[in-house]
Design a protein around this ligand. Structure first.
Ligand SMILES: [Zn+2]
Length: 60
C-alpha cells in the first residue's frame, strides 16, 4: 500500500507529497524538490507493524 507523505523541502520550504510504500520497509534516498529542483536526502524509518515511525528530510 502506498502512502502519500508530506515532505517539506529544506531548501525552499515548499511542501509536496511523496508516494512511499511502507511495506517495503525503511528507506533512505535522494530526491529532487518538485519546486526548486534541488536534491534532498529523505530517511524513512518503518517499524515492525509497517507504520512509518520517523521521516527526516535534510539537505543533500
Ligand atoms: Zn525546494
Amino acid at each position: 500500500m502506498q502512502d502519500a507523505l508530506a515532505i517539506s523541502c529544506p531548501h525552499c520550504g515548499e511542501s509536496f507529497s511523496l508516494a512511499f510504500d511502507a511495506s517495503e520497509g525503511s528507506a533512505e534516498f535522494v530526491i529532487d524538490c518538485e519546486v526548486c529542483c534541488r536534491p534532498m536526502n529523505v530517511t524513512i524509518q518503518v517499524n515492525d507493524d509497517g507504520e512509518i515511525e520517523t521521516l527526516d528530510v535534510v539537505e543533500e
